[in-house]
Design a binder for this molecule. Structure first.
Ligand SMILES: [Zn+2]
Length: 344
């Protein structure tokens, strides 16, 4: 099969012919129709996340099951599927209560610890495939269906973590990124009272407004907290969602929170930041971490998209062979919304 291979940290992806995958016991093989290309994947391409080389990247897939190994009962040839990004055990305390992101026997990620979707075929444990629902036209819209499992599911979980209510004013930091614009959409869908897009690239604000932002705020001026307070008549925001998660964005978000405020951090900048316990107490502030989504939330996101309640924003599509061109644009932060690769 054709596959784009990453052969070392920071090396360009190269197109090669590799052996077609064969399913072992408990595994299934699917023909990939489309695979999302976002920052999470780019961290591996750029060498910021180490993987075993050579590796086929990509985890947001639309695919069709073509073969199954022994003891596989949950999928069969012909099924339209996507993938759950985390390789989890399905049996531990956390997996059993739909909190798979905390799995005690976590085995890594699709497209990092095992080969992913930048190829014509993908082999995974059958339990990592999630069947696409009736009503989702995945054959006609494979790129849009592919990105739901992360780009919609991750924001859906955030709305629940933060207990987003119709009275809430929400600010999304890093709103112009692939997850950010989808967070704006999902916050709007969840009936937030007001959704504010915060980003350092003003060129992305048009897309943010299209995704549902009521207001945009240029963070490059460095007065984010003050501006958020001005926008809310001094009351402060109810929910801050930070996809950047640097000390400065987290501290600005915290300073902009009003009474009962919730701060959700999802960004990969694993740094430390300061919070005043007095402010937390006085305003009953909640600090929350959220990573990816549960399988249940992926299934629910697919259902919402199938019903037309939410629509993923895939702004760029390219053939598999042009993966490197797409990643060059991801590297510059030039892509608003999500990009996806299409196979054949
Ligand atoms: Zn587990």
């Amino acid at each position: 099969m054709k596959a784009m291979l990453l052969k070392g940290p920071g090396r360009p992806l190269v197109l090669e012919n590799v052996a077609d995958p064969e399913p072992g016991p408990g595994e299934a093989v699917a023909r990939v129709l489309a695979c999302g290309a976002g920052l999470t994947v780019h961290h591996a391409r750029a060498g910021r996340v180490k993987v075993a080389y050579p590796r086929i990247l990509g985890h947001e897939i639309t695919a069709e099951i073509v073969a199954t190994g022994d003891r596989v009962t949950d999928v069969k040839p012909g099924d339209g599927v996507t993938a759950y990004f985390y390789l989890t055990c399905g049996e531990c305390r956390w997996c059993r209560v739909n909190r798979e992101t905390l799995c005690e026997n976590f085995r890594g990620y699709v497209g990092r610890e095992v080969d992913g979707g930048y190829a014509e075929y993908i082999k995974l444990p059958a339990s990592a495939f999630i069947r696409l629902p009736e009503g989702l036209d995945w054959r006609r819209h494979p790129a849009e269906a592919a990105v739901v499992c992360d780009a919609i599911a991750t924001p859906l979980k955030v709305t629940r973590k933060a207990r987003l209510a119709p009275t809430d004013t929400v600010a999304v930091f890093g709103a112009g990124g692939g997850l950010g614009v989808h967070m704006l959409k999902v916050a709007r869908w969840a009936h937030a009272r007001k959704v504010i897009a915060v980003d350092v690239m003003a060129s992305k604000f048009e897309a943010c407004v299209k995704a549902g932002a009521d207001a945009t705020l240029d963070a490059s001026e460095g007065r984010v907290a003050e501006q958020l307070l001005e926008l809310t008549g001094g009351k402060g925001i109810d929910v801050a969602i930070d996809f950047v998660s640097s000390a400065s964005t987290l501290e600005a978000a915290l300073a902009a929170l009003g009474k009962g405020g919730r701060l959700v951090t999802l960004g990969g900048n694993s740094g430390t930041f300061s919070a005043s316990s007095g402010e937390m107490l006085r305003k009953e502030i909640e600090l929350l971490g959220s990573r990816y989504a549960s399988k249940e939330e992926v299934i629910e996101s697919l259902e919402l998209v199938a019903r037309g309640e939410l629509t993923p924003m895939v702004t760029e599509k390219a053939p598999l062979e042009q993966a490197e061109t797409v990643h060059a644009r991801l590297d510059k932060g030039a892509i608003t919304g999500r990009a996806a690769l299409l196979m054949g």
